[in-house]
Design a protein around this ligand. Structure first.
Ligand code: ME8
Length: 660
């Protein structure tokens, strides 16, 4: 029963809507998702909140530039953010927008409480303001640049409501003292403590120069200034004024980047203390992913996008890389080279290879049923010990958010199993009763290690571990396994293995990088609306439904399209693109590489030698990062638009002949 479980509430930052997510945002959201999955496997009822921070000058300007009202602009952006998290399998339990009415009410309520308790007053403020970071820059003079982003500040004078942050120096220091785990990691804690010890100035929390914000009731044109607004979203998402009903406040964990730690560990607890509301239990600030040693930003043109990586290598590969490559809390460099190297070594050769060879041997020797182990030898017990130690180590490290170390412990167990197989050589054994019994023990032991590793890695690799679980024929879902009960020896013998499938097909590094980059380039600078690779013949309309009468064209327009008979020479599937086949086609004068969106309907092997109609003078383009130089003509059949290749079954047509 959900009601009996302990609750755990965690959040990512509420991201700005003046851009779209890059790998940095994805990093925080992936970590939050992995912690959520982990906590669920530890028996918690978990809520994870993410959302969009939609007010402020930046949005006003971006909307103006786009020529649409702010409300429309942010609605589009919020849809795009939410859709990407859903697509990547890291959806929010609560997706909060700062334009949601539930949030507007919560901000106004929080302000009322702070004011009633005497922590809010009206005043004037003149200062240098960075519109990019939405913050006044303390101690800056006119003409100074923002110390954070390096861009020019603007001088702003206006009537403001102030929050008496200065009154919270002592309460905050006492709070940090009593709650030594509130700020993590330790280095950040020291930074914040010395900042607060240096004295706190009161904080302007409303503005009159901005239109696009939450109004201060009865005090228009005051609107709330971005941090009082944005931080409150964490509370709005779980009930706002009615937070006690849902029981998820105080928050257990705010995950943030180091750029916004001060707002979360100084302002936010102070606002809540002023309102006499419970303060979050922990703020964890991770480092930045850097590109060529500087922080990613769209203006610098060095952003890494998540979707092309997920398309090429799978989301699990991206998750694994983000959590394995850098020590959580520290900065790290992002490189495609390192990403693909890790994919091939740890996932394809590591987990993927162990799973496929173990399962293939069980298939071959035991008819696809997990064998019952026979008597154990010391080396079997050694592997059992390796796995049990990995359980302890991996869980302990994960609990401390040492994700890289946790994964290292799991992969050490995988390496242990590889070594065990290499020395036991079950493939070299015969069919005698003794050999079969020994093989049963070896394969049961290896499969049991695989099961343990699968459970441990599930929070980080949710999709592929779910597949391995099914392949192992184990009951229920891997996500429902309780980590606290994970022990060596629970593999169910006799279980029927699932149908074999590739987990992490090996990729060619250079080709993978080129394709990721091409997809990213296409996403950042879309050249043309996406078109299907195999388009319907001119007369065909999906499902035979009559389309509106098209404009008539003259024959001279038709002759612009050069169609020729081609013969398919090779055909292969494309890793990361379920619908596409990569073909090489002889068109008489040359061999062309062409991608066609027919993979779900045509087996590649059966296409070899087939003659097809090819549009040969189409400008080359990249589909899922693979160059396509031409188009294969197909009819589009039925409501789902099933492609049926146009062909020449009756006549022996010459390759290269023109279609007229
Ligand atoms: O600051 N490496 O939103 P934001 C790692 N709206 N993490 C990164 C990163 C990078 N290169 N770039 C971004 C805001 N992040 C406010 C927050 S909260 C109440 C309001 C992640 O869109 C990291 O978590 O600028 C960072 O703190 C956050 O995105 C900033 O997102």
């Amino acid at each position: 029963m959900p009601g009996d479980k302990p609750k755990f509430y965690l959040t990512t930052p509420i991201y700005y809507t003046n851009g779209l997510p890059h790998i940095g945002h994805t990093y925080t959201t992936v970590i939050a998702d992995a912690i959520r999955r982990y906590k669920r496997m530890r028996g918690y009822e978990v809520v994870m909140t993410t959302g969009t921070d939609e007010h402020g000058v930046n949005v006003e300007r971006a909307a103006q530039k786009a020529g649409v009202p702010e409300s429309e602009y942010v609605a589009r952006m919020a849809v795009a953010w939410k859709a990407l998290w859903d697509e990547l399998g890291i959806p929010a339990d609560e997706f909060i927008r700062t334009t949601d009415i539930r949030h507007v009410r919560t901000v106004q309520w929080l302000f009322k409480l702070c004011r009633e308790n005497g922590y809010v007053y009206k005043g004037n403020y003149t200062g240098q303001y960075c519109i990019y970071d939405n913050a006044f820059v303390t101690d800056a003079k006119p003409g100074d640049n923002c110390p954070d982003c390096g861009r020019p500040t603007e001088t702003v004078t206006e009537e403001n409501y102030y929050f008496k942050l200065s009154a919270f120096q002592k309460p905050l220091l006492d709070f940090y003292n009593k709650n030594p785990n509130f700020i993590q990691p330790e280095t950040r804690k020291n930074e914040i403590i010395s900042f607060v010890e240096g004295g706190l100035k009161d904080l302007s929390i409303t503005r009159t120069t901005v239109r696009w914000g939450i109004p201060v009731p009865g005090e228009e044109p005051h609107v709330f200034y971005v941090w009082f607004d944005a931080l409150t979203a964490y509370l709005s998402a779980v009930g706002g004024p009615d937070y006690e009903k849902r029981g998820f406040w105080p928050c257990d964990l705010h995950l943030v980047g180091k750029d916004i730690i001060r707002f979360h560990t100084v302002y936010w607890p102070a606002f809540l203390m002023a309102a006499m509301l419970p303060v979050p239990k922990q703020v964890w600030a991770h480092g930045w992913f850097l590109m060529d040693a500087s922080k990613m930003s769209k203006s610098k043109g060095n952003v890494v996008l998540p979707r092309p990586i997920a398309n090429m290598l799978g989301m699990d590969a991206m998750r694994y890389f983000l959590m394995r490559e850098v020590v959580f809390g520290q900065d790290g460099n992002f490189s495609y080279d390192a990403l693909v190297t890790r994919y091939n070594s740890d996932l394809a050769n590591g987990l993927g290879n162990l799973a496929s060879r173990t399962l293939a041997m069980i298939e071959k020797n035991f008819g696809g049923k997990i064998p019952k182990p026979g008597p154990r030898l010391p080396q079997d017990d050694v592997l059992a010990k390796v796995a049990s130690e990995a359980v302890g180590e991996a869980l302990e490290r994960f609990e401390r958010f040492e994700f890289a170390r946790s994964l290292e412990a799991i992969w050490a167990a995988i390496a242990g199993a590889d070594k065990y197989l290499t020395s036991e050589q079950p493939w070299a054994m015969g069919d005698s009763e003794a050999d079969m019994q020994r093989k049963a023990t070896i394969l049961w032991t290896t499969a049991e290690l695989l099961r343990v590793v699968t459970v441990l890695a599930h929070p980080v690799l949710p999709d592929s571990t779910a597949k391995v679980w099914t392949l192992l024929g184990q009951p229920g879902k891997v996500s429902a396994v309780e980590l606290d009960g994970l022990r060596w020896g629970q593999l169910v013998a006799g279980a029927q293995l699932g149908k074999a499938q590739a987990l992490f097909p090996r990729v060619d590094k250079q080709e993978a990088i080129e394709r990721i980059e091409a997809m990213a380039n296409e996403e950042l600078n879309p050249t043309q609306p996406p078109a299907p690779a195999a388009a319907p013949a001119p007369a065909a309309t999906a499902g035979g439904v009559a389309a509106p009468a098209p404009e008539k064209i003259g024959i001279e327009d038709f002759t612009k399209v050069e169609m020729r008979v081609g013969q398919i020479k090779t055909a292969e599937r494309i890793v990361g693109a379920d619908k596409l086949l990569k073909l090489t086609v002889d068109i008489g004068t040359e061999i062309r590489q062409i991608c066609a969106g027919i993979a779900q309907f045509y087996e590649p092997e059966k296409l070899i030698g087939r003659k097809v109609a090819v549009v040969v003078n189409l400008a080359p383009r990249k589909l899922r990062g693979v160059e396509s130089n031409g188009m294969i003509v197909a009819a589009s059949v039925g409501p789902e638009g099933r492609p049926v290749l146009a062909g020449f079954p009756d006549e022996d047509v010459e390759i290269g002949a023109r279609l007229k």
